[in-house]
Design a protein around this ligand. Structure first.
Ligand code: ADP
Ligand code: CIR
Length: 340
């Protein structure tokens, strides 16, 4: 295949030069992942922001001449840097940015994980995906206390239940064209599903963009409690499952924007004053290391002036630092809203 010049302003378009293509085009990982597979989504979707998906752990080393510049660009994380994790709740010290509950509707912290020794979702076979599902569901079955819940396979769920769960922000959407072009929606809905406790404060998505998305969420802005629940769940799951992980890059994920902590800590916050100038809101959030999304997540618009505000960086920052960054940034946004 000759050099496919990417259009658009994605990180792929910036870093897939003819030289990088020539260098990597004939390489293949042990699980059979090639460069054309990694870049497929960004080529098909010129409006991508990132535009690449790793097909397996080895993609990050074999195709490093493409991934490393993308990683440096997104996270400010260089080739010599080493990622460090810190899930110690006692060190968090993140005060509730909205103790009177006037602005923050809800708080959600999720991390992505993939099982070690399998390809990632875009390169799984149907059979492997079913093995991943069975392995994960088994690990979730005997979680203690507040984490205990049940698994609901997508293929057994009726449309009304599914739509309600998506609308209420508990379940992933279907038919994402970025995931589609990456091969992450193959065999849909086979081996996909959601686990949750009765109160839906602890949830696990199975076989969406990553094999696990582990989520702690609840109304209002008690970041400390949401983080503590997530940390407890991760300690339990680490005992039961081995995750794809690298010394340098931390937890390994399909999209390089999620490497490291693989954590997105977000609040849904109502900012009617700042909503009058969304460009200014985005710039203000960015100045605090935060990213703004719409009310229904990535690639959605804001409804009723509710924005999804979260840490942008996930690599080269610890989990504790990422949540603290969110707490401080949200406090600053609320102060600006009060002035607006
Ligand atoms: P991800 O969180 O995996 O990066 P999305 O941006 O698609 O992916 O968000 C997934 C879902 O989580 C969406 O329904 C989104 O509205 C919801 N969500 C994100 N943050 C919050 C929050 N703080 N409170 C409630 N729902 C949230
Ligand atoms: C894009 O490049 O715009 C999509 N592939 C999404 C990138 C970042 N989001 C993500 O990983 N969920």
């Amino acid at each position: 295949m000759s050099y496919p010049k990417p259009s658009g302003r994605s990180l792929l378009a910036r870093h897939l030069t003819p030289e990088v293509w020539r260098l990597l085009n004939d390489k293949e990982t042990r699980y059979g992942v090639r460069l054309a597979h990694v870049v497929a989504s960004g080529l098909a979707n010129p409006d991508s922001s990132v535009g690449v998906y790793a097909g397996d752990e080895e993609s990050y080393t074999l195709f490093a001449p493409l991934f490393d510049p993308i990683i440096a660009d997104y996270h400010g994380f260089g080739p010599e840097d080493r990622h460090q994790s810190d899930l110690e709740v006692a060190r968090l010290n993140a005060p509730n940015p909205d103790p009177e509950g006037r602005y923050v509707v809800s708080t959600r912290i999720r991390v992505a994980r993939n099982l070690c020794c399998f390809p990632f979702g875009s390169a799984l076979t149907r059979r492997e995906r079913r093995i991943v599902e069975a392995t994960v569901v088994r690990a979730l079955e005997d979680l203690p206390g507040e984490l205990a819940g049940s698994y609901h396979p997508l293929y057994e769920m009726d449309e009304t239940t599914k739509e309600r769960l998506i609308h209420d922000h508990f379940l992933f959407k279907e038919g994402d064209r970025f995931l589609e072009a990456a091969g992450l929606n193959r065999d849909w809905p086979d081996a996909r599903g959601i686990f949750h406790n009765p109160g839906k404060t602890f949830l696990v998505w199975v076989n969406e963009e990553d094999q696990l998305r582990i989520i702690s969420m609840e109304p209002a802005a008690d970041l400390q409690r949401v983080f503590a629940r997530l940390a407890r769940a991760l300690a339990e799951l680490e005992r039961r499952l081995a995750f794809a992980h690298s010394e340098r890059l931390g937890y390994l994920t399909s999209c390089p924007s999620n490497l490291g902590t693989a954590m997105r800590a977000s609040v849904h916050v109502r900012l009617p004053g700042l909503a009058a100038d969304e460009a200014r809101l985005t710039a203000l959030a960015a100045a605090h290391g935060l990213q703004v999304r719409g009310t229904h997540g990535e690639h959605s618009a804001s409804e009723g002036a509710v924005y999804d505000v979260s840490n942008k960086r996930r690599l080269g920052i610890t989990e504790v630092e990422a949540v603290r960054e969110l707490a401080n940034g949200v406090a600053a946004l609320i102060a600006a809203e009060e002035r607006a």
